[in-house]
Design a protein. Structure first.
Ligand code: NAD
Length: 399
């Protein structure tokens, strides 16, 4: 169980890019990183594309005004001159900026924590991975939901064979907030999401399904997808070529099959984030809106619901517990778990502690690149008429 005591020698000096007053995701980063104030200290920021608003925001969250910068390049240059300059930066800006800012941060000698989808192409991902290796830095990816410890319970139970051989994987991340085009016209955060120049080659596949795809890989690391077929639609026509709905069928190397539904036009849906894994003996099911519960169903036996923080859970799951039984945990706790692991990874990298890095389960640069490949393969399949694509190599062949 976690209680905020330090896991690394001292808090890391941390800066943010984006994530300011009007940002959807910025506060999630701060609640995650600053939950354990023994892990990160927020010291600098270039919080907004609007320099004045960014500075005003920084002052309003009680930061030193002189370290609220008009843009990230100024921040990197100024912080590099300080003895107490930042050593890690989080990037919470729209997708199309991630690659350039990550590259700049690594070149400035900073560790990076970046939003998903990481970049537009896997080539960019490989290039940044090589640069991070050369600089001896970590690049983490904020798949925030993946910090929910019940996913580690699923991972442990699958590894222990509790549901047998996996046969069917069912993934869903859907909502209905874009059932019409109103937000496309009125919300800055939605406008860029349907502009391929800023969002990249996809809308919901990148915006939503990269989370759920990563979570499925987290709980079933041995399950590699052999081929997939993606069918994507733009029910609001002005969003084309970007999709607001997609279905993906998957064949895994071990013979299992899967399907994923991602959508922002699932009108009325308020609880559409779900993972169900069906094995030869039983099934596991987790819903994000009841994230402290895990359904375990064995064929022929009464179904069970495992509850967070109970001693019968796996050690790996309870190691990420924060509040204890009888209390509700949620998304902020999942973000805090992810950020704590980023801190541990950065500290280990600084000390060349490869053993810690090898055993730490967290969304690293490889998870980010895997997410980009997931999108690339889905788009390639969909845009060739919803055909099966082999995905075992970097340049999938149509089959
Ligand atoms: P948003 O449009 O709400 O906010 C983006 C913010 O970035 C704005 O405040 C803008 O002023 C700022 N910005 C843009 N360019 C900048 C620059 N060059 N320098 C400094 N600030 C800049 O977008 P959002 O919904 O917060 O999404 C941002 C990123 O986070 C996206 O990549 C998105 O996919 C991701 N996201 C992730 C999650 C998650 O759960 N991990 C949730 C939401 C969004």
């Amino acid at each position: 169980m976690l209680n905020g005591e330090k896991k690394i020698a001292r808090p890391l000096r941390w800066g943010m890019i984006g994530g300011g007053r009007l940002s959807q995701v910025g506060y999630k980063h701060r609640t995650g990183a600053l939950r354990d104030h023994t892990a990160f200290q927020l010291l600098a920021g270039a919080f907004d594309i609007d320099a004045e608003r960014g500075k005003d925001f920084g002052v309003n969250i009680c930061m030193d005004e002189s370290r609220c910068y008009p843009d990230y390049k100024t921040m990197f240059a100024a912080e590099a001159k300080r003895e107490d300059g930042i050593e890690v930066v989080s990037i919470a800006t729209p997708n199309g900026t991630h690659y350039e800012i990550t590259k700049g941060a690594l070149e400035a000698g900073l560790h990076v924590i970046c939003e998903k989808p990481l970049f537009f192409t896997s080539e960019e991902g490989e290039e940044i991975k090589a640069l991070a290796e050369q600089k001896g830095k970590i690049v983490g990816v904020t798949y925030g939901f993946s910090g929910n410890q019940m996913l580690l319970q699923m991972r442990a139970m699958i590894e222990q064979g509790k549901i047998g051989e996996i046969r069917v994987v069912e993934l869903q991340y859907t909502h209905g907030f874009n059932a019409n085009d109103q937000a496309d016209k009125t919300s800055d955060a939605q406008k860029w999401r349907v502009d391929p120049k800023v969002a990249g080659p996809s809308f919901v596949l990148g915006d939503l399904s990269t989370h759920t795809y990563y979570m499925s890989q987290l709980i079933m690391p041995h399950m590699k997808i052999k081929k997939l077929l993606c069918d994507r639609q733009s029910f609001v026509g002005s969003r084309a070529p970007l999709e607001d709905n997609a279905f993906v069928m998957m064949h895994y190397e071990n013979g299992a099959v899967g399907r994923l539904w991602t959508s922002s036009i699932n009108a009325g849906c308020m609880d559409g984030h779900r993972i169900r894994i069906v094995g030869s003996k039983g099934s596991l099911e987790w819903w994000d809106n009841k994230g402290g519960e895990l359904k375990f169903e064995v064929q022929g036996e009464p179904s069970q619901t495992f509850i967070r923080a109970m001693p019968y859970l796996d050690e790996s799951c309870n190691a990420d517990e924060r509040l204890g039984a009888l209390h509700v945990e949620g998304l902020s706790d999942a973000w805090a778990n992810i950020y704590l692991k980023f801190a541990i990874a950065i500290d280990a990298k600084n000390r060349n502690d490869e053993e810690t890095l090898k055993n730490l389960v967290y969304p690293d640069i490889n998870a980010g690149i895997d997410g980009i490949r997931w999108i690339e393969n889905c788009v390639r399949s969909a845009d060739n008429g919803a055909v099966w694509v082999e995905i075992e190599n970097k340049n999938p062949q149509l089959v």
